[in-house]
Design a protein around this ligand. Structure first.
Ligand SMILES: Cc1ncc(C[n+]2csc(CCOP(=O)(O)OP(=O)(O)O)c2C)c(N)n1
Ligand SMILES: [Mg+2]
Length: 606
């Protein structure tokens, strides 16, 4: 990969001054194909920092300075959503890692690859500098994140570190993906070496192929599906590869299967296809629930929360369920991100994309037609929309301006109505945060913008104001490295999701619903988000409050983004969610048929 961000931080050439432990680490990162390292600096890795700048010339990998460790991880997360490849992240000893934890959890839950390096003060106490080296040393730093990473190590020698890096890079790149973490001893980094050690030959360490089910299992799945009268396909957390997408469509067409997709993950099937049966959402709408009730065979390909989805439709007691996933390999019992246990009459342990190809092979299904990048496909017209901005008129305004552009929707706010936009390419929509950690949107948008720069696709994010304000300084990195994007802040001046929660509680308890805004509204003073963007060197527009103003702002913003700018539009929307989400979140006391338990257990975000 050529440098996408240009050499904005070019070091002066330094005279040869020997070889240091961290020089070998830096070179190893280059050999592992790590093109960028997102970081916030810290003395625990000052040795490595020096090696990246003065030994490698800040090239392959190139540093991306972030203003907070959480942003560095979110940036790598956004990059991986596009490329399915790990970025490097370097986190300062314990405190930097502590800052990064939520973002690492998001990356874990979203199953993205990421090579995270950390650092510790000298493990040998006799070599620690007074005070600060002791503060920077923890016995087991990875203990802070071990439940939500795939693997970690804290090697001591240079040789052991090189092997650890190789292993960490291979594990994070192996499916199912997840972050890995290597903690570098400061003494190892700062040790003077006689010569550069021989680095492992990376090409000799091939990645393990993700497993696929046995031939007999594939035949069984193919028979069940071909005999089904009303098959339903649930393509979930699947690849961004156009060839995989094409085969999914071809298989669905062969089976005449209905298909549903999930807004929590990246686009997996064309939503404007006649077989696509319900608007993607965080919760099932009535059309989706009916699809499940109608199905006699349901095949899920790494669908996030299959059990919960079936439950929202009252269970799938009469359907044969085929579940295809490798996700169980990551389930470790600390976090419940594995979700409820789903029934599976045929449970296929296999890479979901490869397994789909095998089922399609078995049925003699052709390759299908690979999608090409096309202009955006908004589904709502401006006509008849409210003059004041709300979640629907905002989408319609975006559609009016962006319909001739090739874009990637990097993020959509919780209130977004799934029927307001169509996706027909794997990069048309990249999914959500993974772990429900707010404050991740800005960093992910920057990371996706990095990955998409120069691709002909513009990164577009619709971010909540709460999400934005938690990480507003993540945006600075885009201005620093000239990463173009168009961010529209759906600014309802509230942590509105939680207003709905308070409304629900009030209803359940017979208390005043009018008080739901207290402790939630981000207003009086209203925050001038466009000014916060401008203050960091971005292109800030707004605030705008009317739909026609947003259209004009989008035109201006689009031109600026196409000229290479990072653009933020403050769109003041009326508080409110799309009807499915609002109903799901405020429904009280009436769980769907066939379920029992806490009245609000079926639909809550956050
Ligand atoms: C780190 C973190 N803190 C708090 C929450 C709880 N939470 C979930 S959604 C939400 C509101 C987000 O506000 P905003 O981004 O403005 O979106 P809105 O609901 O207003 O559309 C909050 C606070 C969370 N998910 N993550
Ligand atoms: Mg909000």
């Amino acid at each position: 990969m050529d440098s996408l961000v240009g050499r904005v931080e070019k070091p002066v050439v330094s005279a040869d001054s020997g070889v240091w432990g961290s020089d070998a680490v830096a070179l190893m990162l280059r050999n592992l194909g790590i093109h960028y390292v997102a970081l916030n600096p810290g003395s625990s890795f000052r040795g490595l920092h020096d090696s990246l700048v003065n030994h490698l010339g800040n090239e392959q990998p190139q540093m991306l300075l972030c203003l907070h460790e959480e942003h560095a991880v979110a940036l790598a997360h956004g990059f991986a959503k596009v490329t399915e490849q790990p970025l490097g992240v370097i986190l300062h000893s314990n405190v930097g890692l502590m800052h990064a934890t939520m973002a690492i959890y998001n990356a874990w839950c979203d199953r993205v690859p990421m090579l995270i390096l950390g650092a510790t003060g000298p493990f040998d106490a006799a070599t620690r500098r007074p005070w600060i080296d002791w503060l920077h040393t923890a016995k087991d730093q990875a203990a802070l994140i071990r439940p939500y990473i795939k693997w970690d190590d804290q090697p001591v020698s240079v040789g052991a570190t090189l092997e650890s890096l190789l292993r960490a890079a291979n594990i994070t790149r192996s499916f199912p993906f997840g972050p890995t973490y290597v903690c570098l001893d400061v003494a190892m980094q700062e040790a003077r070496l006689d010569e550069m050690p021989t680095l492992p030959e990376t090409r000799r360490y091939a990645l393990p192929a993700a497993g696929v089910p046995t031939g007999a299992d594939i035949v069984q799945a193919a028979v069940l599906l071909s005999k089904a009268r009303n098959p339903l396909m649930l393509p979930g957390r699947l690849s961004r590869k156009p060839g995989d997408w094409a085969r999914r469509v071809a298989l669905a067409e062969r089976l005449n299967a209905r298909v549903m997709t999930d807004i929590k993950v990246g686009a997996a099937f064309p939503t404007d296809h006649p077989l696509h049966a319900a608007a993607p959402g965080h919760f099932l709408d009535e059309a989706g629930a009916q699809c499940i009730r109608d199905a006699d065979v349901i095949v899920a390909f790494d669908w996030v929360d299959l059990a919960g989805t079936l439950k929202q439709a009252g269970g799938a007691a009469h359907a044969t369920v085929i579940n295809v996933s490798l996700d169980h390999h990551l389930h470790n019992g600390w976090s419940m991100d594995h979700q409820a246990l789903s029934p599976a009459d045929l449970n296929l342990s296999g890479d979901p994309d490869r397994t789909l190809h095998l089922i399609a092979d078995e049925l003699g299904v052709g390759a299908g037609v690979a999608p090409v990048a096309m202009t955006a496909l908004p589904a709502l017209a401006l006509e008849g929309m409210s003059r004041d901005l709300d979640v629907l008129s905002l989408a319609a305004a975006m559609g009016t301006v962006l319909r001739d552009e090739v874009i990637s929707l990097v993020r959509l706010p919780l209130g977004w109505a799934g029927h307001s936009w169509h996706f027909r390419h794997p990069l048309d929509y990249l999914g959500s945060d993974g772990g429900g950690g707010i404050g991740s949107g800005p960093g992910m948008l920057v990371g996706a913008a990095l990955a998409l720069k120069g691709s002909g696709r513009l990164a577009v994010g619709v971010l909540g104001d709460g999400d934005t304000m938690m990480s507003v300084s993540a945006l600075w990195t885009a201005a620093r490295y000239q990463l173009p994007f168009l961010a529209i802040i759906a600014n309802n001046r509230s942590f509105f999701n939680d207003e709905i929660h308070q409304e629900r509680v009030a209803r359940m308890r017979g208390r005043p619903v009018e008080n739901r805004w207290i402790g939630q509204r981000i207003g009086d003073p209203d925050i001038d988000i466009a000014a916060m963007a401008r203050a960091q060197g971005l292109f800030g527009i707004g605030p705008v409050e009317r739909t026609d103003e947003l259209v004009a702002a989008l035109r201006e913003g689009l031109a600026a983004a196409k000229a290479g700018g990072a653009v933020v539009i403050d769109a003041r929307v009326k508080p409110g969610y799309n009807p499915t989400m609002a109903t799901a979140m405020t429904r009280e006391g009436s769980p769907p048929a066939g379920t029992a338990g806490r009245p609000d257990q079926h639909a809550s975000v956050g």
